[in-house]
Design a protein around this ligand. Structure first.
Ligand SMILES: [Zn+2]
Length: 189
């Protein structure tokens, strides 16, 4: 069933190479300029839904600006996800400064990303919202390349690049080495 024809437009199960620049309120927050494009598997929620949806049908070389509302980006800002934690709960080696990013283990054992948003005398405020929650996003995107996904990529639902750990794994068999002591036939003629 190997599909050898290169895809011509962005569609489900196509690997997309994309250059992008992300702006929020006109300020550039992230860009692939000066580095490699990102690669992802279209139709598998590898990127935020509001952006993925707008890419369908684009061709290599196409450029457009995609506006993504917060709800379809990193979600609305949740005031309940901001909590006050007594200073005494923090290990001594954590710098208690506004803007410091932390990983916190909750009661269920999940690891959650948080950011310190204020530091008081007794209480430190942690914000568990994504830094881009509540923000409307503006992406300028260019389709750099399109290719068919490998069957393994489709099975996993994501792109494998050449440096992927999964593909570097190998096993060697001790026997391959033990047998090497034998003279190769025909070597001393
Ligand atoms: Zn994988």
């Amino acid at each position: 069933m190997a599909n050898t024809e290169k895809p011509t437009v962005v569609a489900d199960d196509v690997v997309v190479s994309l250059d992008y620049t992300l702006k929020v309120n006109g300020e550039v927050l992230d860009t692939t300029e000066g580095s490699e494009p990102i690669q992802f598997l279209q139709g598998h929620q590898n990127i935020i839904p509001g952006l993925e949806r707008e890419l369908y049908g684009m061709k290599v070389g196409d450029t457009r600006t995609v506006l993504v509302k917060a709800a379809e980006g990193y979600g609305e800002y949740d005031p309940e996800a901001v909590i006050d934690v007594p200073r005494s709960e923090f290990p001594a080696d954590i710098p208690l400064r506004v803007g410091v990013d932390l990983t916190v283990r909750n009661e269920e054992g999940e690891l959650l990303d948080a950011r310190i948003t204020s530091v008081g005398k007794d209480v430190v405020q942690l914000d568990f919202n994504h830094p881009l929650a509540g923000k409307d996003l503006s992406f300028e995107v260019t389709i750099v390349d399109l290719r068919n996904a490998e069957p393994e990529e489709l099975a996993h639902g994501h792109v494998h690049d050449e440096f992927d750990e999964e593909e570097l794994e190998f096993e060697f068999d001790e026997e391959d080495f033990e047998e090497d002591d034998e003279e190769e036939p025909g070597k001393n003629n």
